[in-house]
Design a binder for this molecule. Sequence first.
Ligand code: BTN
Length: 252
Amino acid sequence: MSRSAPLSGSGLTFKIHHFSRVSSTQSLAREFLDRGAEMGTVVVADEQDLGRGRRGRCWLSPLGGLYASVLLPAELLLPLRLGIAVASTLERLGIPATLKWPNDVLVRERKIAGILIEVVEETAIVGIGVNLQAIPVAGATSVAEEGFRAVDRDEFLDWVLTNLPCDGPERLLGRYRELSCTVGRIVRMEEEGDQPGPNRVLVGRACGVDASGRLLVEASGRVHTVAAGDCTHLVHETDARGLILDARTFGD
Ligand code: BTN
């Protein structure tokens, strides 16, 4: 089954292909791309057998959630645009969502949605997973648990697509900073390096996001720029000068 939805402002029309059960919408969207599918192609599934998360993790994808992959022009700030679109859709329902850098969507510090971006030349395959119903994953929440049991998946997806901000970098970053629950926090960053070998681990205060969407982390007396990696919010104790004495993972 397929249907179309125009995206206001972007010049793209989304062509939505619906499947009941797939391995991963990311893999299927890649097949569409290899067969010449256009930008704006969307693959949606009711459930996934092998849903993929960031950094090789799996994404539990039972019936009742939103699982979609979209072909979009690759762009530096696309991860932030997607995070804003999902968070704004939740806000529209009355759910106060925030963004953990770069684009984990959280409600009350629990993950409600995740975004995976895989780039093939000029095209980004953007995977969007939203827990519409409760799932048995520690530290997760869902739209249903936040009080909205009867949200229509297709309507939610249309809202995400039509809320994809087309703003230039300045406005976009302003909105991103408003939604960020990382900036100002003590974080543990496991940086994804370009080189093989152990990742660099950094503990410090997230102090901003630069014009390229990279996270700025103040640690050991200087500001480090992190382009990609895993970010954990820490709870911490500081001494009278504000120096970190002890830091634990949120929820420990
Ligand atoms: C994350 O780790 O936070 C990203 C999760 C992305 C999950 C979505 S669900 C639709 C698409 N298909 C996949 O296999 N993964 C993404």
